[in-house]
Design a protein around this ligand. Structure first.
Ligand code: SF4
Length: 96
């Protein structure tokens, strides 16, 4: 299970008309595929955001997000991209 991070990175974020922005960049909430990633941070409004990307959905195009800590994309013999969850022991070995 991913550890919960405090939203220190979002401390200077501003909410206006229900939209969170950080340094003038609109922050979009994470998508379902991001659940379990260690980079997810929760804002005081309850919204979940990515600590690395303002638009997490854009990181999940044809492959898995290359910064994801909970899954890894692998290309199989047919050239298809497979997304595999990382085991907790592997995450621990990576120092997370
Ligand atoms: S690093 Fe990638 S998988 Fe993790 S929260 Fe950000 S966009 Fe989602």
């Amino acid at each position: 299970m991913a550890k919960k991070q405090t939203s220190t990175i979002l401390e200077s974020a501003v909410v206006k008309d229900g939209i969170l922005s950080l340094n003038g960049v609109e922050m979009q909430q994470i998508i379902e595929k991001c659940e379990g990633c260690d980079r997810v941070v929760t804002h005081e409004t309850g919204g979940k955001y990515c600590a690395s990307y303002a638009q997490p959905a854009a990181k999940w195009g044809r492959k898995a997000c290359n910064f994801a800590t909970h899954v890894r994309a692998e290309v199989d013999t047919t050239g298809k991209v497979k997304v595999n969850p990382l085991k907790a022991s592997k995450r621990a070995a990576r120092g997370r």
